[in-house]
Write a protein that binds this ligand. Structure first.
Ligand code: AGP
Length: 611
């Protein structure tokens, strides 16, 4: 949550910062601000989005140093005052911060006793007061004051600090919240929560590790730990293109990302499998072959959409590889003293690789010496860096807050892993494996065909855009798809929606069925087909409205459903990769018709880096 950008160099800092903040806005968008530095420290900040901030910044500015912040409120409402940057009591120092200072209450009390007055309700303001207090009392450098202050802080942070007295200096630090340094022309440096504000200027970056600080001074950069140990920066070359982070003619990022799925699904398995031989090429499989062959239990961890992908993974791991698999909400796992057996395999699933709860769950598993695999999208993010091994999903940057292509890519990688494990453990014949892999190769085309249903889905969206409630029902591997369909609708259109295993409906939710609430059945041809037909009949018998997603040519459900969405036929294990697509489109169109901001839904942020 919250996006931060820093700049020092030769360009107009305000434009670099505003452009960067627009790219990071998916991380939070309730207020925004920048600090610009030359002989004076100028602050512009406001409640609202970055576009509003841009309107209040005067034109013709020539500052070459600055920092900017787009906020997702944790401590204190989204107001002009609570927006970052925050100033020290003298007004000499300014800070922007992403994360939470957990002990800000006790630090604040101590500072108030020392005579400090605070203007905002934020934890961040406490931090910059503390830095100045230490700097003045200890008569030390700004670098040392920041370091000493961070040693007193409990919590998570990525922060940047500027000083009016030292205009050629920029200080930054990270612990628990991401921060990337970009190297531009000689003497030019960028800082950002992720690489998207940087790639326009340079591809050379360093991802900071937890507990590291950066000092940029007079054109040179030094990295030290908060224990004061100097580190040599590990520089890497970024591979993303500018196109990948722009809308490319689509009205919204979400729509672009939905339409990217034929490619993102392909990219998730491309180069990882020799289809004709039924052989996998994934580094983690080689390194951990023995572990994967013998492991008795797999525990999957994730939040939100990634948790839904894990539920799909559970079905696949049990069905194909016959491994006992459990799925945990990362946020619950870490707080309930779970039994962690070091012989088990933990798989953490996360688009961003930065979700605080998932990260903490990974740390907990590792503390108990368990092996952790990460399935993440953002390269270089915290979870893959902390995991023992894993696989990137290679879906490309996902900017819409509602996850779409990341979900189908997570499922693709989980399917690949389930098949590889099944092969390794002898749970599947080579012939069957090759049949599956050949079908996997056809999936990107089938996703493409499914996207062609868009116009039909627009018509359905028109009919139901004013519904107050939706029910999504599926069975087996499509039960998590029902959950995901409901989540997509809730988060972008603000319509209440629930997902259920179709057979559970008669244990309570059937009471909700009436003549107005749409019930979406995910009912492709599968082992559960006969059963789901009975469930549809139960809903129809109560005059429910049925929208059914079915395999092409399904005449039986056509007879019963009010609206039919026919998708290409496939093996049951791959069906979530197709059934998901109409649900994403349905939510998207309903949200657009209701006038909602689909890319930046209210109260949400893309990357949930707070607990
Ligand atoms: C999905 O549309 C969400 N906005 C959200 O549930 C998300 O999946 C969740 O916060 C987990 O994020 P992660 O995959 O980056 O860990």
């Amino acid at each position: 949550m919250c996006g931060i950008v820093g700049y020092i160099g030769y360009r107009d800092a305000s434009s670099v910062l505003i452009k960067g903040l627009k790219r990071l806005e998916y991380r939070g968008y309730d207020s925004a601000g920048i600090a610009l530095l030359d002989t004076k420290l100028e602050i512009y900040k406001t409640k609202g989005k970055v576009a509003r901030l841009a309107e209040i910044i005067p034109s013709g500015l020539t500052h070459k140093v600055g920092m900017g912040h787009t906020r997702w409120a944790t401590h204190g409402e989204p107001t002009d005052i609570n927006a970052h940057p925050h100033l020290s009591p003298s007004g000499n120092l300014a800070v922007i911060h992403n994360g939470i200072i957990e002990n800000y209450g006790s630090l604040k009390e101590a500072l108030i006793r020392q005579g400090h007055t605070f203007h905002s309700d934020t934890d961040t303001e406490v931090l910059i007061h503390l830095v100045e207090e230490i700097k003045v009392n200890e008569r030390t450098t700004l670098e040392e004051a920041v370091r000493l202050a961070l040693n007193q802080v409990i919590g998570a942070y990525a922060l940047v600090i500027l000083s009016r007295d030292e205009p050629s200096k920029l200080i930054a630090a990270r612990k628990g919240s991401p921060l990337v340094v970009g190297y531009g022309e000689p003497g030019e440096f960028f800082l950002a929560s992720d690489a998207t504000p940087i790639i326009e200027y340079t591809r050379k970056v360093t991802y900071l590790n937890d507990g590291e600080m950066v000092f940029i001074k007079d054109g040179t950069l030094t990295i030290k730990t908060i224990e004061n140990v100097e580190k040599s920066p590990y520089m890497q070359e970024l591979e993303i293109n500018l196109d990948a982070i722009e809308k490319g003619g689509y009205e919204h990022f979400m729509l672009k990302e939905i339409y990217e799925q034929p490619k993102s699904v392909l990219d998730s398995f491309r180069g990882r499998v020799f289809v004709d031989q039924g052989v996998f090429r994934m580094r983690s499989l080689q390194e951990y072959e023995e572990k994967l062959r013998t492991v008795n239990r797999v525990v999957m961890l994730g939040c939100g959409t990634s948790w839904h992908a894990a539920l799909v993974g559970e079905y696949l791991f049990e069905e194909l590889a016959r491994i006992h698999t459990e799925v945990e909400y990362a946020s619950e796992f870490r707080y309930r003293n779970p039994v962690i057996n070091k012989n088990d395999l933990y798989i953490a699933i996360s688009q961003s690789g930065e979700t605080a709860d998932t990260l903490a769950a990974v740390m907990l598993a590792k503390k108990h010496d368990a092996t952790v695999f990460g399935i993440c999208n953002v390269v270089g993010s915290s979870i893959p860096r902390l995991s023992d091994a894993g696989a990137y999903t290679h879906a490309g940057p996902e900017i819409g807050v509602a996850s779409t292509k990341a979900f189908t890519s997570q499922i693709t990688v989980l399917t690949l892993l389930a098949l590889a494990l099944a092969d390794l453990r002898g749970a599947i014949s080579k012939e069957q494996l090759i049949v599956y892999l050949k079908e996997l190769e056809r999936i990107p085309d089938k996703v493409e065909q499914t996207l062609k249903l868009n116009d039909e889905i627009v018509e359905i969206a028109k009919k139901f855009k004013d519904a107050r409630n939706f029910l999504y029902l599926g069975r087996g591997v499509n039960f998590p798809v029902a959950l995901e369909g409901a989540l997509k609708l809730k988060e972008i259109s603000y319509i209440h929606a629930e997902g259920y295993p179709a057979a559970e409906v008669k244990h309570g939710p059937i009471a909700l069925i009436d003549e107005v609430m749409p019930v979406v059945f995910i009912a492709p041809k599968s082992g559960h087909y006969g059963k789901i037909i009975s469930n549809i009949q139960e809903v129809k018998a109560r005059r429910g409205i049925v929208i059914a997603i079915v395999s092409n040519g399904d005449e039986q459900i056509r007879e019963m459903a009010d609206h039919l969405i026919e998708i290409p036929d496939t093996e049951e294990i791959f069906s979530p990769l197709l059934t998901t697509i109409p649900l994403q489109l349905l939510s998207y169109h309903i949200a657009v018709m209701r006038g909602c901001n689909v890319d930046q839904p209210r109260n949400l942020a893309k990357s949930v880096t707070v607990e």
